[in-house]
Design a protein around this ligand. Structure first.
Ligand code: NAP
Length: 481
């Protein structure tokens, strides 16, 4: 079940939230602690107003909620709300047997026995979940992973407790895969939000259902993903998930925050992942775990696509082709002969090599000139420091902006501020958020032809899709990134 955590302060706001999200959810959690005191007293009427099962929760402050009532008053409030036809009631692990529990059992309301840990994962998590579910209740553990190792541990615990009725939640960024793959982890449900997350790391119900199809994941679903740090801003799930869906391929693609590539490979084995994309800062760190790499990966020294092969992982680089796709014709026609590449980071490695390989002359400009020099030497091209950019005014056909300057939310930054475009240049910024960077705005004002980072992102993603699935990316799909 995808369960919407209601965040309204009145019952009518909660009803609106359900109405807005109805097509994406199977159940809802009424958080009494978020309701105003007058509304709390009317809560028993709520379940009969909706057509989905509702969980009754009155979360204490120490467990991440807002309830500061003395325990006796909290119990009284829960007891009166239980006059309504709730499907579940959440009772915390440390609450001794009382009249709330008795009334719930009498009425056939299922009990969710929960504990929360906002600082980490308790050592005894396994036995606590096991114990909480002993009386046929649903055990709920909301804990906080801080590393990819923690996430792997949670998946393993979930697997070992496969037959225990439970909900295991990994709060925060590190736990997101567990929220999306809740069915793979054997959790009864995953909590979702409608707008702002009510708990750390919550995903919108719309994304869980429409983008990830999280409620359709089974043991047979092929798992793909993207690793990076940070990674949650990535648009790649918007390319791959709709593609899988359009070709009826039972697969899911999700982001993984990673701090240790070796442990991620262990998780990838554990989840039997079929492949994954790689973004900053792991494009070279993955190399040592690959049994096979393509010529591009070898020459560029960076890999952005990893695919499972029998007995090994194979690494490829689709950034190379993705970058070239929008400008290939201009290179072939001779319109592009001379280029300026701004930046000498990971992305520039693939770009400089791609241009050189197609016979285009390149000058690399970078803030740290030693990095530009290193890249230029490998690729037999020129280099200079960024502050000398004006020396190249009017002398190149293509200017590629590959630095992170101008990236969201830094809308007003341009690494070659004041550069005078002649208007004849093709200006290509590989940043895709925002689409129109300051660099491109200035180039456009001078009359240059523009190319956008999202063109590269989409092209490299489509190639990745082919490597992942063996099928062309559906022509009818035009993801908005
Ligand atoms: P990276 O390896 O960290 O390199 C960052 C580059 O930006 C370096 O050249 C760095 O110069 C330069 N830089 C950073 N801050 C600067 C500043 N304040 N002034 C001048 N230069 C600065 O990152 P990357 O992997 O190459 O990625 C760079 C950008 O490309 C990111 O925005 C990423 O989103 C985008 N990208 C897009 C696609 C796509 O498909 N469209 C694919 C890959 C990457 P120093 O060497 O002096 O530090």
């Amino acid at each position: 079940m995808i369960c919407l955590t209601l965040s309204g302060s009145t019952l009518s706001e909660c009803l609106d939230e359900i109405r807005e999200n109805r097509e994406y959810i199977d159940s809802a959690e009424l958080r009494l602690d978020l309701l105003s005191p007058e509304e709390q007293r009317k809560a028993s009427s709520f379940p009969s107003m909706v057509d989905i099962p509702v969980i009754l929760t009155l979360r204490r402050k120490e467990d991440g909620g807002r309830c500061t009532l003395p325990e006796r008053e909290r119990r009284a409030l829960l007891l009166s709300a239980l006059d309504g036809s709730f499907a579940y009631v959440d009772i915390e692990e440390d609450v001794k047997r009382n009249d709330v529990e008795d009334k719930a059992r009498e009425k056939g309301v299922r009990i969710i026995r929960s504990f929360h840990d906002f600082s980490g994962i308790p050592d005894d998590i396994y036995s606590r979940i096991y114990r909480l579910a002993e009386r046929g209740d649903v055990a709920k553990a909301a804990v906080t992973p801080h590393t990819i190792q923690d996430l792997l541990r949670l998946f393993r615990i979930a697997e070992e407790l496969r037959d225990v009725p439970k909900i295991i939640i990994g709060m925060g960024d590190w736990g997101i895969p567990l929220r999306i793959l809740y069915r793979r982890a054997g959790s009864l449900l995953t909590f979702a939000c409608s707008g702002e997350a009510v708990a750390p790391g919550q995903i919108s119900a719309r994304d869980l259902r429409l983008m990830y199809h999280a409620d359709k994941v089974t043991d047979r679903t092929a798992i793909y993903g993207i690793i990076g740090n940070p990674v949650l801003h990535t648009s790649s799930p918007l390319i791959h998930n709709p593609g899988f869906h359009a070709i009826n391929y039972d697969a899911i693609y999700l982001p993984f925050m990673v701090d240790n590539v070796r442990v991620f490979f262990a998780l990838a084995e554990y989840l039997k992942m079929r492949g994954f994309s790689v973004t900053v800062p792991f494009k070279d760190a993955v190399l040592m775990y690959l049994g096979n790499i393509t010529r591009e990966v070898k020459q560029i020294g960076a890999c952005n696509t990893v695919v499972r092969m029998p007995g090994m992982w194979k690494g490829m680089n689709t950034d190379y082709y993705g970058f070239l796709a929008p400008i290939s014709k201009d290179i072939e026609s001779g319109r592009i002969r001379n280029s300026l590449v701004i930046g000498a980071g990971g992305a520039a490695q693939a770009i400089v090599w791609a241009l050189r390989n197609r016979g285009v002359r390149v000058t690399v400009l970078n803030r740290t000139v030693t990095r530009a020099e290193k890249l230029a030497k490998i690729n037999l091209c020129e280099y200079d420091t960024l502050s000398n950019a004006s020396l190249y005014e009017g002398k190149v056909d293509l200017i590629v902006q590959t630095t992170s300057v101008g990236l969201y939310p830094d809308f007003d930054a341009n690494p070659i501020e004041g550069f005078r475009f002649s208007g004849r240049e093709i200006a290509y910024d590989i940043i895709y958020k925002p689409k129109m960077t300051k660099f491109l705005r200035e180039a456009e004002a001078a009359g240059c032809t523009l190319h956008f980072g999202e063109e590269m992102l989409l092209e490299q993603g489509k190639l990745q899709f082919e490597l992942f699935t063996g099928y062309h990316y559906p022509r009818s799909l035009h993801p908005s990134l």
